[in-house]
Structures are given as C-alpha cells and as structure tokens.
Design a protein around this ligand. Structure first.
Ligand code: SF4
Length: 373
C-alpha cells in the first residue's frame, strides 16, 4: 500500500518512484508536502541556483495543415484573419534588435505550412546561421520533424542531418502534449504519436543534439495519463539520454475548440505546482525542470522555484502561442527583471546558454528584495 513514509524514504535515498506512486501523489491534497519532497531533489541537484537565458522566440508561420483542438495559434487558410508567413529572408531584420540586445538563442517553432516545402524551413536556419553565426538555433519540434519526413519521403535521420547541416543546434520539446492514445486521439489525432515522437528524439540524441520535453496538462486527461507520460519520458531518457529540461505546460482555454467545450476552465495554481513538483520527483534522470513564466505568471513561477523547478526560461521577447490562447502575462522580460524575480524568491540567478553552460553566476540574495512592480 503506497504511503508517505515509503515515498519519503525513497526520495531521500535517491530511489526511483513507481508509476503507482506517481498517481498516488497526484491524488494527495497536501501540495506543500509534495513540494518539500520535490525541493529535496531540486536542492540535491542544483543547490540554490536558478537558470535563465537570453532568448528570442521566432514563429515563422501560423498556417498549419493539422487541426489540434487545443490550439489557438494555427490558421488554416492564407486569407484567414491573423494568418501570416514570414519568408526566410525577412526574418534576420525582424530579430536583429534582439541580437543587438544580446540574445544568445533563437527558439523556432511554428505551423506545418500546407504548401511550402521542406526548403522553407531549411532556408530559415541557413539564413539565420549565416547572419548570426554565434546564436544557438533551437528549432522544430518532433512533430515538425515528422511532418518534414512526410513532405520529403526522407527518414528522420536524413531530415535531422539536413537541418544540422543548415545550422540546427538543438531541439525544443513541444508536440508531446499527452502521449496516451485515449487522450491524444481526442485532442490531436493527426500529430506524431508517442512512438514517433520518441523515435525523433531518440534519433536526435544519437546525432548528438540535446532536446527538451513537454507535457500539456489540465484539459481532458486524468492523473494516470500524466504519470504515463512522465514514465514514458523517463524510459526514453534511460535509452538515449539527451533530454535536458522538462517543461509542464498548462492548457490555456481561450480561442480554441477544446477550451469552448470545457467552458474555458483554467488550471489552478495548486495543480500547476503539484504537476511541477511531481515531475521533479518522477523524472529522476532529466536534469532540469522549467517554470515557464509566460504560462504560470512570474508570480507563480517564483513560487514554483520552491516546488522543484530550477529554470525560469528567459527573456523570450515575442511570445505568440500562449498569448493567442489567452495568456495575460507580458510577451517579454528583461534580464534585470528575471534576476529580481529569482532573487526575491531566495535563489541565486545564473545566466546559462541553451545547453546549460553557466555564463554568469550572479550574487546570491543577501537581504530581502522587494518584488518588482
Ligand atoms: S498545435 Fe501545432 S500542429 Fe497542432 S494545429 Fe497548432 S500549430 Fe498546428
């Protein structure tokens, strides 16, 4: 019979929690106790450090051939209101101010354009790498990579090798949503399924790329589906070892079909904290857990740093995907604001690059820091 004493002993001994223990933890109302356990792991791994980076998001197009019913970002016809496509040669001028302000990473994800070929995506990387050779290109989810496979008839290995030649440095973790088919078939049946998503990351890891992983929670899934998702990622990490960071993503219900069906129900702060903390406890082989401030709000992301999270993402500069779904947070954050949020929560800010080399370790908080308004 699962109980607190056994789980606490296992966490302190650094032993792996089981699927049943993960489901049991989700069912417990004592979120503070779950958070304290997660914090034991987080402090063992990262001490008092909280990482952030200087990044800029680029979403090249919102036209998409798929129809995920939680998505507020996609448009399906070029003349739909709000539809856009940035051609590769336009993008450097769009992002130059951010480069001049010191960003070190472009995070590039977008729609699966129904008409443009693979060259469109390859050219985006080539042009950005040519213009800004020092900027790390973290680009294209496993779903996009699998879409390129369909477009070209190439293997995942060939697609990824072509993108690496064009400048790809690492991959983001999107498109994972919820792996369990009972849920996936209802929210995104056209997307790469669990096996394919894992196969893409497996190939990327074997080609030497670091990647991230996500989970979209707070819609129609049950706790069992969340834990199934976490265990699947843990098993893949045992095999290929290239996941750096796990990012739980709360479903946002504005401007999408799923949100309308669910009466625009948002996740609660308690569910957000519990999901972050249990992710830290279950994913014993993925080093970093991210509190994505755009999704959580900076206020809750600060609290999440005491519930197992050790990364706050970065400056971002132009976030579209969550804002199309109703996010009320800012679209960017300055470095001084990030440092202040982290210090005011009692942690030491560390600027990292995409693959977690420490670029600057800032002073630890020595006194009470008022929250920035
Ligand atoms: S989530 Fe991605 S693949 Fe799905 S409709 Fe939106 S943009 Fe397209």
């Amino acid at each position: 019979m699962t109980n607190w004493n056994d789980i606490t002993e296992k966490v302190h001994a650094g032993e792996r929690l089981s699927y049943d223990e993960g489901v049991w933890l989700f069912a417990q109302p004592d979120v503070i106790r779950i958070g304290k356990l997660a914090q034991t792991v987080r402090r063992r791994q990262h001490g008092n450090k909280v990482y952030f980076n200087k990044n800029r998001h680029i979403n090249p197009t919102n036209l998409c051939a798929y129809h995920c019913n939680f998505c507020s970002f996609a448009r399906f016809k070029p003349d739909s209101p709000g539809a856009y496509t940035h051609m590769p040669e336009e993008i450097p001028d769009m992002v130059r101010p951010a480069v001049e302000a010191g960003v070190r990473e472009f995070h590039i994800v977008g729609g699966l354009h129904p008409e443009l070929g693979f060259d469109y995506y390859v050219d985006i990387l080539k042009i950005l790498k040519r213009e800004f050779p020092h900027i790390h290109l973290k680009a294209f989810t496993a779903v996009e990579i699998d879409f390129f496979r369909e477009l070209t008839g190439m293997s995942h290995h060939e697609v990824l090798s072509t993108l690496i030649d064009a400048g790809l440095d690492s991959m983001p973790g999107g498109g994972a949503e919820i792996f369990h088919w009972d849920v996936r078939k209802k929210i995104c049946p056209e997307k790469a399924n669990q096996e394919v998503w894992m196969a893409v990351h497996d190939t990327a890891h074997r080609l030497g790329l670091k990647t991230n992983a996500t989970m979209l929670y707070g819609h129609i899934e049950q706790y069992e589906h969340r834990v199934h998702h976490l265990v699947a990622l843990r098993e893949q990490q045992d095999k290929s070892g290239g996941f750096q960071t796990f990012i739980p993503l709360a479903f946002h219900p504005e401007e999408n079909n799923l949100g309308r069906r669910l009466n625009r129900e948002w996740t609660t702060g308690i569910d957000d904290l519990k999901t972050l903390a249990i992710s830290r406890l279950m994913l014993d082989n993925i080093p970093h857990i991210k509190a994505y401030w755009v999704m959580l709000t900076p206020e809750l992301a600060q609290v999440a740093l005491s519930f197992g999270a050790n990364d706050m993402d970065g400056t971002i500069i132009e976030e579209k995907i969550y804002h199309d779904a109703g996010a009320r947070t800012s679209q960017e954050m300055t470095v001084s604001a990030l440092k202040k949020w982290i210090r005011a929560a009692g942690y030491q800010p560390v600027e990292r690059d995409t693959v977690y080399n420490e670029l600057e370790v800032f002073d630890a908080p020595t006194e009470y820091q008022p929250v920035m308004r």
